[in-house]
Ligand binder design. Structure first.
Ligand code: ZN
Length: 323
């Protein structure tokens, strides 16, 4: 199947408000204490993310950092649009980015395995050649019990650079540089790690919209993820329909999550947060929240983005399927 031609779809770019790193460190240091018993935030040189436990294809998160929102949930529900296949190597070429690192959360390339799947996107282009660190997770039937399901995580080969339907990515040169390190332990509030960061920034910056992306590790504890099964043949017309269609699993740390968050919409129909995780032990999917607040130990590295590219937005939108 042909992938979307980027010269034929709308692409808009809008700037974020970009505060000083030291100010964001102060804001998060104070604000996150409402949600976690132990909070430590600092501006640090990014550790080499190609090493354990992150194992990314690029060492850092810096260099011309922007967010990308590609497609959107209206291409998935109420009914799938199978023509929404996006080639990420072609996207980097279209945006004239080399080196380019794309990290984040999206739908995986269903044509690759023949069924819908989650994508934990990590693709680097350097001197025209692709290093593919993307993992995908699909729902798999297990056992004889009716309705029982499991999941299977696998890594894409470098020859497969497609995704589908929707995605939220950090685009950067993948260079070393200063990042915001956030360590939070023992959750005492109701917000998940990313919601707590987003709401803290939103409360401080108000209408000045901030966007960031990066990676976080859940070091200990368990976490609720969903994995999309194959496309629904009947229309999913409400959040309850979507919820009943998704498969939810408790997954075990350590899990590395990649994605983005924004504190406002910029009138671009942006998804406010979206992180997917993968692990060496095969657990992975779409992050909702940890299920072990006392054991929760998060360690994240984030970079502030200059702007967002809104690419091929659905012409008719809705609020379904965005949790
Ligand atoms: Zn997702």
């Amino acid at each position: 199947m042909a992938s979307v031609d980027y010269s034929q779809v709308p692409i808009k770019e809008k700037a974020f408000y970009k505060p000083e790193l030291s100010e964001v460190v102060d804001v998060l240091s104070r604000g996150l204490k409402a949600n976690f018993e132990s909070v430590s935030v600092a501006a640090v040189d990014c550790p080499d993310l190609t090493q354990e436990p992150f194992n990314l294809t690029t060492p850092g998160l810096s260099g011309n950092a922007k967010l990308i929102e590609l497609g959107g949930p209206p291409y998935l529900v109420p009914l799938v649009q199978r023509d929404k296949i996006y080639d990420l190597a072609a996207l980097a070429r279209h945006l004239q980015r080399d080196p380019a690192s794309l990290l984040g959360a999206g739908a995986g390339p269903w044509p690759h395995i023949g069924v819908n799947c989650e994508g934990i996107i990590d693709l680097t282009v350097r001197n025209g050649s692709v290093t593919q660190g993307t993992h995908i997770v699909s729902v798999e039937p297990v056992g004889a019990k009716k309705g029982a399901s499991g999941y299977l995580q696998r890594r894409l080969p470098a020859s497969e650079t497609r995704t589908a339907l929707l995605g939220n990515y950090l685009l950067s040169d993948g260079s070393p540089g200063k990042v915001i390190k956030v360590v939070a332990k023992k959750r005492i509030g109701s917000a998940n790690f990313i919601t707590a960061i987003r709401e803290t920034l939103k409360n401080h910056y108000g209408d000045k919209v901030v966007g960031l992306g990066g990676a976080f590790l859940l070091r200990t504890g368990t976490v609720k993820h969903h994995v999309m099964p194959d496309f629904s043949s009947s229309a999913l017309c409400s959040d309850a329909d979507v919820d009943g269609w998704l498969h939810y699993f408790d997954m075990r740390a350590p899990i590395v999550h990649l994605g983005t968050l924004v504190t406002g919409d910029l009138e671009l129909d942006l998804r406010v947060q979206h992180f997917h995780g993968r692990s060496a032990h095969g657990d992975g999917g779409h992050y909702h929240y940890d299920t072990s607040p006392l054991a929760a130990h998060y360690e994240g590295y984030f970079t502030l983005a200059d702007s967002v590219y809104r690419i091929d937005p659905p012409p008719v939108t809705h609020t379904l399927g965005r949790d």
